[in-house]
Design a protein around this ligand. Structure first.
Ligand code: ARG
Length: 401
């Protein structure tokens, strides 16, 4: 039987050419798999037809939008997952869901190998292959751009020579990856890290300099999961989409960073994640009201580690799973409403309410109704400072200053 290879197919030039390129280099049949994670653009049917037109023996498309929102974006939100404090893991969380569908398709179509279009310099190759190794240990991996010398020039020449049904003239100077959680833009003019991004780079967000009137929004959460916007119940996917529109219109969620890739390179990245950033801001503020202080402090550390693991392609790892259990446990009382104003590139919280709040008005107030016994503070401070006081006494004795 002819060997079969499942290819992660985007519909773009590189992976369209990869279908025939892999076929010629390996003699295998190629099955194209396109996964919808809310990237927008062409319909999946158009993409499917193109894959077949480029020589795929089968083309399989999966609508994974709700799965991606519920099982990947929501856990990222619960973790307040921001790699290096900035990046909401847009591409990093889409790879594992794509991997699931690739492995499923490999089983269904009897393939021995999975192929992807990543280069050898980025994180995504690692995320794909570590994921595939974990979910399908018997499957082999191949990356035509990295392993079969499929350069951009060769891709264009191949497409023209074979008359493939794909645009070769439209030259986008950037490498873009997008889904419902956000959009990542890199390379080209951005590689000079002093260059400010030009307006044409952005697609999910409008320029915040000339914003429309402020947009006040109330987001409701139940156990850390967003469940409603302005009192109207929605699925997480619908909520992310609505906030992408509303926060995007205000220019919220633009991020410009130099980030540490897993392969040891620092790289310039522009992200747009209006919905994700608005949601993470709201969620964090609700946690501030509902999570006990020590648990909250520890969770911040766990969330940071969680983001690093996910960034580093360890989505399916035991440690990531264990951290998920901790994070889920912290979310038990993260329920209630956050009101925020989206305006001029910012999402600013101005109200919160929760049945499970730890905010105690009678403890906090400086007005009448105060139940906090201030006389306890004096003794508390005496003991709280004791260890430092003893140490500084010793320093004085030994060092004489
Ligand atoms: N640097 C980001 C990450 O590693 C985004 C990568 C996006 N890929 C792309 N082809 N632009 O998660």
């Amino acid at each position: 039987m002819t060997e079969r290879i499942v290819l992660a197919y985007s519909g773009g030039l590189d992976t369209s050419v990869a279908i025939g390129w892999i076929g010629e280099a390996t003699g295998a049949e190629v099955i194209a798999v396109a996964v919808d994670v809310g990237q927008g653009g062409e319909s999946l049917e158009t993409i499917r037809q193109r894959a077949l037109g480029c020589g795929a023996v089968e083309a399989y498309v999966a609508d994974a939008r709700d799965e991606f929102a519920n099982e990947y974006c929501v856990p990222t939100l619960k973790a307040n997952g921001l790699y290096q404090g900035h990046y909401p893991l847009v591409s990093a969380i889409s790879r594992p869901v794509i991997v699931k569908h690739l492995v499923k398709a490999a089983r269904e179509f009897g393939a021995s190998t999975v192929a992807h279009g990543c280069t050898g310099k980025g994180n995504d190759q690692v995320r794909f292959e570590v994921g595939i190794q974990t979910l399908g240990p018997d499957l082999k991996c191949i990356a035509p751009v990295r392993d079969l010398a499929l350069t951009r020039d060769k891709a264009i020449a191949f497409a023209e020579e074979k008359g493939l049904p794909i645009e070769t003239t439209k030259k986008n100077p950037y490498s873009i990856d997008q889904n419902v959680w956000g959009r990542a833009v890199e390379t080209g003019y951005l590689e000079d890290i002093w260059n400010a991004p030009t307006k044409d780079i952005y697609d999910y967000t409008a320029t915040p300099e000339f914003p429309p009137a402020p947009d006040e929004v109330t987001i409701s959460f139940e156990a850390g999961v967003p469940v409603a916007v302005d009192g109207v119940k929605h699925t997480p996917l619908q909520i992310i989409q609505e906030l992408n529109r509303r926060a995007g219109a205000q220019g919220v969620g633009r991020i410009d960073v130099v980030e540490d890739r897993l392969v040891g390179i620092k790289s310039r990245e522009i992200y747009e994640a209006p919905g994700a950033m608005a949601l993470i801001t709201a969620h964090k503020h609700l946690e501030d009201v509902t999570i006990e202080r020590e648990q909250a402090r520890f969770k911040a550390t766990v969330g940071q580690r969680w983001a690093e693991l996910v960034y580093d392609g360890q989505w399916f790892s035991p440690l990531k799973r264990s951290l998920d259990v901790f994070i889920d446990d912290t979310q038990k009382y993260v329920s209630g409403d956050i009101r925020m104003v989206l305006h001029g590139g910012q999402a600013i919280v101005n109200g919160r309410r929760s049945e499970t709040s730890l905010y105690d008005f009678s403890l906090a107030t400086y007005d009448t109704g105060d139940t906090f016994d201030q006389s306890n503070a004096k003794g508390f401070i005496e003991i709280w400072g004791m260890a430092s006081k003893v140490a500084s006494g010793r320093d004085l004795r030994v060092e004489g200053k």
